[in-house]
Design a binder for this molecule. Structure first.
Ligand SMILES: C[S@@+](CC[C@H](N)C(=O)[O-])C[C@H]1O[C@@H](n2cnc3c(N)ncnc32)[C@H](O)[C@@H]1O
Length: 299
């Protein structure tokens, strides 16, 4: 099938298609971040990068040939962690670009006598009124999934798709299953970092949380790249003392293959892993789609 992935990041969608056993013919990606593109191309060199999604009318592609549209539009405007500007936030407005592209593909497929394009949209926890606007535009209701069911990470997201899928079964994966021992030195807090954490805790009452092996780890975030200050609540006990979550642990928390992002700086890796999808959630959502493709092929 031919896939168009908007806001593709480091191509977690492409890994998920592979894991679900869906054969990909052409994979078009729209992404701006050059580091995410570097990682995507290093792992999936055949990806066709299209650039800025807002320039979609200039793209030279056969729109009717797109069988699957996927993407998670930037979510800061919707997020409870953000300022709740919702559709006035220029980043959240990109949802409407997704919706325009979806309509355009369907019109082109209709002209070519083809069925509707399959689509998947992912987004963060948001107010009910925003959810309803998105659902009205897409014509389907979302399914709310916590990545904790298939990984060691708590990560709650909404998923809209025009095929049926259930909640994944709980795989019972915990922090102890993915954690590293003897992690590289660069992951340890410095003395300055530790004293900053201490002062910050005294001022705000927020303590560094050290995860137990039988717990889930907290949600990864794009801001983890901000050195010790951004990582202050990621506490891991390791051989040489307290450290923050390692890159390998971030990859495992997102069920991304080990060292998948090992093509750019640590800062950029943290950022894109915090922005990325939990691959096994997406692969789970794709599984019924893979079955229907196989049935069609057999008929
Ligand atoms: C939430 S992240 C999606 C990550 C992706 N799903 C993954 O698995 O890596 C949103 C992405 O949208 C990208 N983005 C923001 N504005 C864009 C634009 N105008 N065109 C294309 N991509 C854009 C950002 O660079 C970011 O990587």
């Amino acid at each position: 099938m031919n896939v168009l992935s908007l806001f593709d990041g480091m191509s977690c969608g492409r890994i998920a298609l592979d894991r679900a056993g869906i054969q990909v013919n052409k994979y078009y990606a729209s992404e701006l971040d050059k580091y995410a593109i570097t990682v995507a191309q290093a792992n999936w060199p055949e990806t066709i990068q299209l650039g800025d999604v807002t320039k979609w009318r200039e793209w030279d592609i056969d729109w009717s040939s797109i069988d699957l549209l996927i993407g998670g539009s930037p979510c800061q405007g919707f997020s409870f962690a953000g300022k709740q500007l919702a559709f006035d936030d220029p980043r959240s407005k990109l949802f409407f670009v997704y919706s325009d592209i979806l309509t355009h593909i369907d019109n082109e497929r209709d002209k070519a006598g083809k069925t509707e394009v399959k689509f998947l949209l992912e987004n963060v926890k948001m107010k009910k009124e925003y959810l309803e606007i998105i659902s009205d535009y897409l014509g389907v209701k979302p399914v709310f999934i916590n990545s904790a069911l298939v990984s060691a990470q708590n990560r709650q997201r909404y998923y809209w798709a025009n095929w049926d899928f259930e909640q994944p079964e709980d795989k019972g994966i915990t922090w102890g299953d993915i954690r590293e021992y003897n992690a590289p030195d660069c992951h340890y807090y410095t003395e300055i970092g530790l004293s900053w954490i201490k002062r910050h805790s005294e001022r705000t009452g927020k303590k560094l949380r050290v995860w137990g092996d039988d717990e889930k780890c907290q949600m990864l975030e794009a801001s983890m790249f901000k050195n010790y200050s951004g990582q202050r609540f990621f506490g891991v006990n390791d051989t040489n003392g307290l450290r923050y979550i390692s890159l390998l642990e971030c990859e495992r928390a997102q069920t991304v293959p080990d060292n998948y992002t090992n093509h750019v700086s640590n800062t950029q890796r943290y950022k894109m892993l915090g922005n990325g999808w939990t691959v096994d959630v997406i692969a789970h959502i794709f599984t019924p789609l893979a079955s229907s493709i196989n049935l069609e092929r057999a008929a």
